[in-house]
Design a protein around this ligand. Structure first.
Ligand code: UFG
Length: 324
């Protein structure tokens, strides 16, 4: 049995689906604070909180767990600056609780959702795993601290981990069964889709004077199904006795905010208001991954590299979500 912690969330639910399709038995453990029960359509479900050691122990007593895939975290950079305690408790302390119980039950394998935010301000454009890690917000620090904990726990207790550092997760399940539903939404693509649907009045570009090809920020948008396939590969690798690893997950292709807006207009065939606003604090101009390591070592190959394809899957889901 594979334990999917945070499996009711955007990325966790996609991985849970893929695991089941690949023949794994799963149990999702989720507090439903940000996740959705409707997103858990496969495997078993237990509602619970990593803040509660006894709930985690009960879970491990009930199911024979072989390995853990962990998505449970708060993910909003801005909120983490305003309320770091919330992030350090939820993302750091609660993950330590999970690792503690894994240790008690002698479960020594985990796949962990890390982030490009652990790199902080990029020193150069194409970021490989060896790029210095010095986050510029508490969210990034919580993820980096867990990566550090993994290293120490490996030496001391033999815990094996794969940390997957996502760049900009986006898109939706191609069959349209599940997708992104954050409340409040802060991510670029779903916000533009809201504008296209008339749910918001305009899209504001955060900064148009960056030193990039069109003045707007460039990001590496990686499709959620491609993230899911990377998790499956990482899990098989670690179940097969692999050593601890850290991998970037990105397409290696950067799209600017204006290019994303253009793709949304093309796919949705809608015209809408675009406003040029001030820069958002803490936004690096360019954040693009070099994901050679996971391609070479685990054979990962992202399928969705065209921004139009990514936007199309998100658009299909978005309309379904609002039943339009
Ligand atoms: N943006 C706008 N207008 C908006 C929303 C976003 O112009 O209304 C811009 C942002 O300034 C940024 C780009 O669109 O340049 C993408 O922004 P997102 O908020 O969608 O994503 P981020 O790049 O800020 O964040 C992502 C993940 C975080 C992670 C971070 C790593 O969502 O979890 O990458 O740096 F921490």
């Amino acid at each position: 049995m594979i334990l999917v912690v945070g499996g009711a969330g955007y990325i966790g639910s996609q991985v849970n689906k893929q695991l089941n399709k690949d023949g794994f038995d799963t149990v999702v453990f989720d507090s439903l604070v940000t996740g959705h029960k409707w997103a858990v359509k496969w495997g078993e479900f237990v509602k619970g909180d990593l803040a509660n050691l006894d709930e985690i122990r009960a879970l491990f007593n009930k199911y024979k767990i072989e390995a853990v895939v962990d998505f449970a975290a708060f993910i909003e950079v801005g909120e983490s600056v305003r309320d770091p305690q919330k992030y350090y408790y939820n993302n750091l302390v609660n993950t330590l609780n999970l690792l503690k119980v894994m240790g008690e039950f002698k479960i020594g394998k985990i796949i962990f959702s890390s982030t490009a935010a652990t790199y902080g301000k990029p020193l150069y454009d194409q970021i490989e795993e060896g790029h210095p890690q010095w986050p510029i917000n508490p969210y990034g620090w919580t993820k980096l601290m867990i990566e550090r904990v993994f290293t120490d726990y490996d030496v001391a207790y033999g815990l094996k981990h794969v940390a997957l550092r996502y760049f900009n997760a986006c898109g939706a399940d191609i069959s349209g069964e599940i997708g992104e539903d954050h409340n409040p939404e802060s991510h670029l693509i779903p916000i533009i889709l809201d504008v296209a649907l008339g749910k918001r009045k305009e899209i504001k570009i955060f900064g148009t004077n960056y030193k990039t090809r069109d003045g707007t920020c460039i990001r590496d948008y990686v499709h959620v199904e491609d993230l899911a396939s990377a998790h499956i590969l990482a899990l098989k690798y670690i179940l097969g006795g692999g050593k601890s690893k850290q991998y970037n997950l990105g397409n290696g292709i950067g799209f600017s905010v204006r290019e994303v807006i253009r793709a949304v207009k093309k796919i949705t065939k809608k015209e809408f208001v675009v406003v040029e606003g001030e820069r958002r604090m803490g936004d690096p101009a360019v954040l693009v991954a070099l994901s050679k390591r996971i391609k070479k070592e685990l054979g990962w190959e992202p399928k969705y590299t065209k921004i139009e394809d990514i936007v199309e899957s998100a658009w299909r889901w978005h309309r379904k979500k609002y039943k339009t």
